[in-house]
Design a protein around this ligand. Structure first.
Ligand code: C2E
Ligand code: CA
Ligand code: CA
Length: 653
């Protein structure tokens, strides 16, 4: 190369300066590509798009490097001139693909579906295709760039057009990023913002000063940011099974719910994992689940699989049309279930898994992250016959788990409250007392009634705590002296039969009540009639002991069980509460009327006081007055109300 004057020397330094920039971009790009390939992080769609972006920058870097190397030679021969023209054209063709690729990358990471409507994908590609045609026609039109007679490069308005199209893609991607902001992981958000800022910076610097070739270098560097934050998903991967972990599932479902994307969720629970651990001697359940995960990976790609819990795998499946896909997913579930009817070999031991498969739909059935967690975490009730649970079964399951969680939280954070429903004497309708009835106000699922949560609390082992809570509240209320002042004779407290049968029950009750130093005959315990006969002996002892301490007892819900009358009345109750259904039936039929009359007649002969609950109308009162019962309770007087409302109620009558 001949250096003739100062200007040529200056040109060479500039070239070297540019080449250093391109070299740096190339090295950064090669590092990202090598690292991604080395880690085999290539199977997800965004992995592929990420690699593609790197390849674009890499090819562009190489092209530019070549361009700079032949720059001083173009005066020597037309071959170099044409080569430069070709390389320049190639640069524009490849570089125009970067913004659309970024657009698809962001759409993929933010899980923005481009499938609906169907032509949307094509519309998104249209500006890109237009740009490519536009660039390819440059040898004829010279709209993008051209060379003057001194072989100097000149930009034309077409380059701005390419930039505008790129800006449109980038802006849509950026807007989408902002719209998905809360659904994205922090590191994803900020790495993408970093990407946008850095590339914009590179473009602006190069645009202002063509001598600083910062664009490609900034792009390569920005891609490293994406690689570190978005592409490396170590915190989302379960190392043992090599599928996504629980945190990833929570994040992804949160995202789907925010975007209101419809998805099928299939949850596969192995209910006998403990037994299998024992039989195979493999204490790590992850190792056992790996067998199942490997099988599931043959059915669906790994990015749809989540190891959500020790014994639970979750699979997400896109749902385009609910009816059609719901049918598909049921078939799919049946297939999986069929596989579980055969043996598996774990560590050389042949075993049989017991699976339960639940299928739900986001967001119509699984409305919140909590719903999903209820689905994953709560144990499947042993009496569940169906092994593939969906619709009502699933709803029942989710609701049950939600209520159980509300009960458990309620005990910790005080969302239980005792309400009182007044009882009245028939004679003169004078106030007699009140029944304590528990309420649960849960922040997430609202008010839950005892009819729903008491059986769940009994099964889940919370009933003792609930009954203790109610008894404590009632004792504290009695201790204030207000109930006596207002003319009440007693306050009724419901007891769970299960609780009465527990060890040390009597001592526990005494332990609570004694703390308050209140008259024990102010507390009237209610026990439901529908208790199985085998428990009578034990129950009789409990009642006897508590009565000897001064407490009163009522038999609740009389007429709803099928108890042996002889054993039933051998229990020492003070009051028998006739169930509301008996009263209501008496109004509807002659047989009902006969049953009510006979109940009253028999209880009176047994020399017990009678309370009738569910009194709602004056005509019911008239009927009961004619029959001559002792006490009344029902909405006619008041619904169950808060303590302060009860005090006001009592003062007003
Ligand atoms: P229960 O002991 O038979 O309570 C009577 C239920 O009938 C109450 O429902 C009450 O609100 C309702 N009721 C009263 N009068 C009328 C009326 O005139 N019309 C109508 N339609 N309903 C009326 P609640 O409060 O939902 O309680 C349901 C059941 O939950 C109770 O039945 C009781 O078995 C159980 N329960 C309530 N509180 C407790 C508690 O603190 N501990 C235990 N172990 N069980 C409780
Ligand atoms: Ca009751
Ligand atoms: Ca009752």
């Amino acid at each position: 190369m001949q250096l003739t004057n100062h200007e040529d020397v200056y040109m060479t330094y500039t070239n070297l300066f540019h080449m250093a920039f391109y070299c740096a971009a190339l090295l950064v790009c090669i590092t990202s590509i090598a690292f991604t390939l080395f880690q085999k992080r290539t199977d997800l769609t965004h992995n592929k798009i990420f690699l593609l972006m790197n390849y674009i920058v890499l090819i562009n870097g190489l092209t530019c490097f070549l361009l700079e190397s032949i720059e001083p030679l173009i005066h020597l021969s037309y071959v170099f001139y044409h080569l430069r023209y070709g390389l320049e054209l190639f640069y524009f063709i490849v570089h125009s693909a970067l913004a659309p690729t970024l657009f698809y990358y962001v759409m993929n990471v933010t899980r923005t579906s481009l499938d609906r409507p169907k032509y949307l994908k094509f519309i998104c590609l249209f500006p890109f295709i237009l740009t490519e045609i536009f660039v390819c026609l440059n040898p004829l039109t010279h709209y993008v760039y051209w060379y003057d007679e001194n072989l100097l490069f000149h930009r034309n308005w077409g380059e701005n057009f390419i930039y505008i199209i790129a800006m449109i893609y980038t802006s849509i991607a950026f807007t989408n990023l902002l719209l998905s902001w809360h659904a994205l992981r922090r590191r994803n958000r900020y790495s993408m913002i970093y990407f946008f800022c850095l590339t914009l910076f590179g473009v602006i610097v190069q645009f202002i000063s063509i001598g600083i070739k910062s664009e490609l270098f900034c792009e390569a560097l920005a891609l490293v940011g994406l690689m570190i934050a978005v592409e490396i998903e170590d915190d989302r991967i379960d190392t043992e099974t090599n599928v996504y972990n629980r945190n990833a599932l929570k994040n992804d479902v949160k995202h789907l719910l925010m975007k209101r994307h419809s998805m099928n969720v299939l949850c596969l629970k192995i209910t006998n994992i403990d037994m299998i651990s024992k039989n195979t001697g493999v204490s790590n359940s992850d190792e056992i689940m790996k067998e199942i995960t490997d099988y599931l990976k043959t059915l669906v790609p790994r990015q749809l699989l989540y190891h959500a819990d020790e014994n639970t795998m979750v699979l997400l499946q896109r749902q385009d049309s609910f009816e059609k896909n719901n049918f598909d997913i049921i078939d799919f579930a049946k297939n999986i279930y069929k596989r579980f009817q055969d043996d598996w070999i774990v560590h050389g031991v042949s075993i049989r898994f017991t699976p339960v498969i639940m299928i739900g739909v986001i967001p119509s059935q699984i409305k919140s992250l909590e719903d999903l967690l209820y689905m994953i975490d709560s144990p499947v009730p042993k009496d569940f016959e169906n092994k593939i649970l969906l619709n009502e079964d699933l709803y029942f399951f989710i609701r049950r788990a939600a209520v159980e969680s509300a009960v458990s939280n309620g005990l910790k954070n005080g969302s239980f409250e005792v309400y009182y429903q007044p009882t009245h004497c028939l004679k003169g309708l004078r106030l007699h007392g009140a029944e304590a009835l528990i309420r649960l106000h849960d922040k997430k699922i609202g008010v839950v009634y005892p009819e729903e949560f008491i059986p769940i609390a009994e099964q889940a082992g919370y009933i003792d705590d609930i009954d203790d809570f109610v008894l404590n509240q009632v004792c504290a209320f009695i201790k204030t002296g207000e109930p006596m002042k207002l003319g009440m004779d007693c306050i009724n407290v419901n007891l769970s039969v299960l609780q009465c049968m527990g060890n040390g029950f009597v001592n526990r009750i005494l332990g609570i009540v004694d703390k308050y130093d209140i008259p024990k005959n102010f507390i009237n315990f209610e026990i439901t009639e529908s208790v199985s006969a085998s428990d009578y002996e034990l129950l009789a002892d409990v009642i006897k002991e508590l009565k000897s301490n001064g407490f009163l007892f009522s038999m609740d819900d009389y007429g709803t069980g099928y108890s042996n009358m002889h054993t039933l009345f051998s229990l020492d109750f003070d009051i028998v509460k006739i169930d509301k259904s008996i009263l209501w039936d008496a109004e509807n039929s002659e047989i009902g009327q006969i049953i009510l009359e006979n109940c009253v007649h028999m209880i009176r002969q047994m020399k017990r006081k009678i309370l009738v609950e569910g009194v709602e109308t004056q005509s019911q009162i008239d009927k009961l007055q004619a029959l001559g019962v002792d006490y009344l309770q029902g909405y006619f007087f008041s619904k169950p109300i808060t303590k302060s409302a009860l005090l006001k109620y009592c003062e007003a009558i």
